[in-house]
Design a protein around this ligand. Structure first.
Ligand code: ADP
Ligand code: MG
Length: 147
């Protein structure tokens, strides 16, 4: 277990690949103001809880890093909320409590293997977040303090 950490802000536009290329939407957060938190935590895949101002609290699995498969120039914070939404929520306040780490960032030989690994990350997060050790953070006040 890691010490939980907290990040939040309005959902911003990313490279537009999540849904279109992978079939997996990620609600990107700006990395601005988070250089300390990001340097304290290695690039990789994490899980935790996400609070969306108008919608509630959901499980999430998140990539932090440069996405080597796409060779991004900038580090991104990209939580995939494990819930089916009917529409987008760009601009809404999103708050994350990050409670666990799954794996380091990796490259993949094909798009199919990348998608398969992300789906597996999602299943791991889904199960882990039901454990009392992690489920208790669903009630963290930070997730509800939208400005
Ligand atoms: P972008 O590159 O702009 O982040 P994505 O293809 O990753 O584009 O799509 C992300 C957007 O889709 C989010 O900003 C959010 O508004 C919406 N969205 C819908 N469902 C989800 C979900 N389950 N998890 C994360 N974002 C979602
Ligand atoms: Mg995205």
């Amino acid at each position: 277990p890691i010490n939980p950490w907290y990040i939040g802000g309005p959902v911003v536009k990313g490279y537009g690949r999540g849904s279109k290329v992978l079939g997996i939407p990620t609600a990107n957060l700006s990395t601005e103001g988070y250089s300390d938190v990001l340097s304290e935590h290695p690039s990789g895949v994490y899980f935790g809880w996400a609070g969306v101002s108008t919608r509630g609290i959901f499980k999430m699995v998140m990539s932090i890093g440069w996405n080597p498969f796409f060779d991004n120039a900038e580090k991104t914070i990209e939580p995939w909320l494990l819930h089916d939404f009917d529409d987008d929520f760009y601009g809404e306040d999103l708050r994350l409590v990050v409670v666990g780490y799954i794996r380091p960032e990796a490259n993949f030989p094909s798009l199919e293997s990348l998608i398969a690994k992300i789906q597996e990350d999602g299943r791991i997060a889904e199960r882990a977040l039901d454990l009392p050790l992690y489920s208790k953070y669903r009630n963290d006040q930070y997730l509800k303090q939208h400005d």
